[in-house]
Ligand binder design. Structure first.
Ligand code: NAD
Length: 354
């Protein structure tokens, strides 16, 4: 049924997509009126960062290969200081959510525009959400200044993303779209993007898992991650993301793998209370039970399916349930302590969602 009452704030997004798109980086920097780009990446992607900096020649201010998951405050402080010392007037963040998150942390303080070159499917490049971790607590906020000014999606840069990480990162993207379908601020536009994002990602992942060098499958997955990221940027998240935030922030569980494990259980919890979202997901996944279909797909692609195998202790179930029930937020199904404890216990043991 068409949603007949909604509001929709489109974020200003500039995207260049395609094999070899990264070659247009100098043009994108010039378009911003900038001329000294600090290239940000994770230590593991220093080689990619240096190749990009070399290609920028005189437009490069250097490479900072220090991005880390959840943006520790000391990493952000050091990056801000380096950007100032080097006279950078923009940042190029190449990598996953960690590198883009570091670019956002610099933008938050120094107002430098970010050009994002995503190499995972996490979707941070499409949102104005920043995160910083201090004393073991992750703070997040929204600020239009951190939204990348330009995004270059180049599937060639994703060919080296390990298969396991590709699959879990793909599920991370699907989770954004799933929650956008029942978000309180969804609209027909976000629902279109979400349904197509889920369809494209779940079609692409088996092909990526079979051959990580399949450029067409990589392009499809990256296209899907754009759609799913745009959903995340335009809507408010619910139970699934709150659970993953608590599990990641409190127990330091790996981001994308946690999303992969939790999604089928969070969806099982919510889908009876969100029939239109369930209908869209049934179409996208060609299954009458989208939650079970996602669980089966994760298993067939060799992804983790239990929180226990990610390192969570059974004794963590109660405190996490309490943490997530105590913070109020919109969710299609009522969030109760017993309901969450049951959900977490099933996700912890990895039993089929039901
Ligand atoms: P990540 O950025 O930490 O990357 C994981 C690892 O994969 C890193 O070692 C990285 O160097 C490597 N890698 C990335 N791309 C590669 C490639 N193509 N080839 C080889 N190696 C590659 O992981 P992520 O899952 O993309 O991001 C997670 C972080 O992003 C979390 O901190 C999460 O909270 C944040 N995030 C934020 C938002 C937002 O809107 N603010 C959205 C999604 C995720």
């Amino acid at each position: 049924m068409l949603q007949t009452s909604f509001s929709y704030d489109a974020l200003p997004m500039r995207v260049r997509f395609g094999s070899g798109a990264v070659a247009s980086l100098p043009d994108e920097i010039a378009r911003l009126g900038a001329g000294r780009a600090l290239v940000l990446c994770s230590p593991e992607q220093r080689g990619t960062g240096e190749t990009i900096a070399d290609a920028l020649g005189g437009r490069s201010a250097g490479v900072l290969a220090e991005a880390r998951m959840h943006v520790p405050i000391e990493v952000a402080r050091h990056a801000r200081a380096r950007a100032a010392e080097l006279g950078a007037d923009c940042c190029v963040a190449v990598g996953g959510g960690s590198a883009i998150g570091l670019g956002k942390a610099i933008a938050l303080e120094h107002d430098l525009p970010v050009v994002a070159v995503p190499t995972t499917y996490a979707g941070s490049e499409m949102t104005a959400v920043w995160g910083l971790t201090e004393d073991g607590r992750k703070r997040t906020g929204k600020d239009p200044r951190v939204l990348p000014a330009s995004v270059l999606y180049d599937p060639e840069l994703t060919l080296g993303l390990p298969i396991g990480m590709s699959v879990t990162s793909g599920f991370n993207a699907v989770a954004h779209a799933v929650e956008a379908l029942y978000a309180p601020d969804r609209s027909p536009i976000t629902s279109l993007m979400a349904e197509e994002g889920v369809r494209a990602m779940t079609e692409a992942l088996p092909a990526v898992a079979a051959d990580g060098g399949d450029l067409d499958a990589r392009a499809k997955a990256l296209y899907a991650s754009w759609l799913c990221g745009a959903c995340l940027g335009a809507t408010t998240v619910s139970l699934h993301h709150k659970l993953c935030h608590a599990l990641g922030g409190t127990l330091d569980l790996p981001h994308a793998a946690t999303h992969t494990v939790v999604l089928p259980y969070a969806l099982t919890y919510n889908q009876p209370a969100a029939p239109e979202a369930a209908g869209a997901l049934s179409r996208a996944l060609a299954s009458p039970d989208p939650a079970r279909r996602l669980w089966d797909l994760a298993g067939s692609l060799g992804a983790p399916r239990s929180l226990r195998e990610l390192g969570m202790a059974e004794s963590d179930i109660e405190p996490i349930a309490k943490q997530v029930v105590d913070a109020p937020y919109a969710n299609p199904a009522p969030v109760t302590h017993d309901g969450l404890a049951r959900l977490l216990r099933a996700a912890w043991s990895g039993e089929p969602p039901s």
